[in-house]
Write a protein that binds this ligand. Structure first.
Ligand code: FE2
Length: 163
C-alpha cells in the first residue's frame, strides 16, 4: 500500500501522482518490489520482477509503481540471463533517480531487514545462489551497476551529486 494511503487498493490512482509524490512511490516500491516471489503470483517460468509488476498492474497500481517493481535492482540483467527480456519490455524503465534509490535501499538491506553494505549484500546473494544459477550469474554481472546506483544515491542524499 502506498505510504499515507488508508483507503485501500481502490485509492491507487489518487495516492500516487508521479509529479508530486515520487517519495511515496519509492516507499511503495520498497515494500512491494519482491511481491512477485509470492507463490500464488509466480508465472511459469517464474521471474519475480515481472510476476510482481504484472500482479500490481492487474491490481490497479499506478504505472510508475509497477514499472519500478519490474525494473528493480538489476532486473534487466537477470531478464537477459533468463531469456525474459521480452517480458520485461512490457514495463519501460523508470527515471534513473528513483530507480537508483530503490536499488540503493534493496542492496543495503539484508534478507532479514538489517542494514548492510552493498558489498556484503552482493556477497550474501552470491553465497545463497550457487554458481550457474541465473541469480548468481545476473548479480555477478550487475554488481558494479548496483554499487554505482548506491553510490549515486548516497551522493544525492549528501548533496554531492554532480548531475
Ligand atoms: Fe527482487
Amino acid at each position: 500500500m502506498c505510504a499515507g494511503s488508508r483507503a485501500g487498493p481502490r485509492s491507487w490512482p489518487g495516492c500516487c501522482d508521479w509529479t508530486r509524490r515520487q517519495g511515496s512511490c519509492l516507499v511503495c516500491a520498497a515494500w512491494l518490489h519482491d511481491i512477485g516471489y509470492a507463490p500464488l503470483l509466480a508465472g511459469r517460468p517464474a521471474f519475480h520482477p515481472v510476476d510482481g509488476a504484472r500482479f500490481l498492474r492487474r491490481f490497479g497500481a499506478p504505472a510508475p509503481l509497477y514499472r519500478l517493481v519490474a525494473r528493480h535492482s538489476g532486473a534487466a540483467v537477470e531478464a537477459a540471463v533468463r531469456g525474459r527480456s521480452a517480458d520485461l519490455a512490457e514495463f519501460p524503465a523508470v527515471a534513473g533517480v528513483i530507480c537508483d534509490a530503490l536499488t540503493a535501499v534493496d542492496m543495503q538491506t539484508s534478507p532479514n531487514g538489517r542494514p548492510v553494505s552493498v558489498r556484503a549484500r552482493v556477497a550474501e546473494i552470491l553465497t545463497r545462489y550457487p554458481q550457474g544459477h541465473p541469480v548468481h550469474t545476473a548479480v555477478s554481472r550487475s554488481a558494479p551497476h548496483l554499487a554505482a546506483a548506491v553510490a549515486r544515491t548516497t551522493a544525492r542524499i549528501h548533496g554531492s551529486d554532480d548531475e
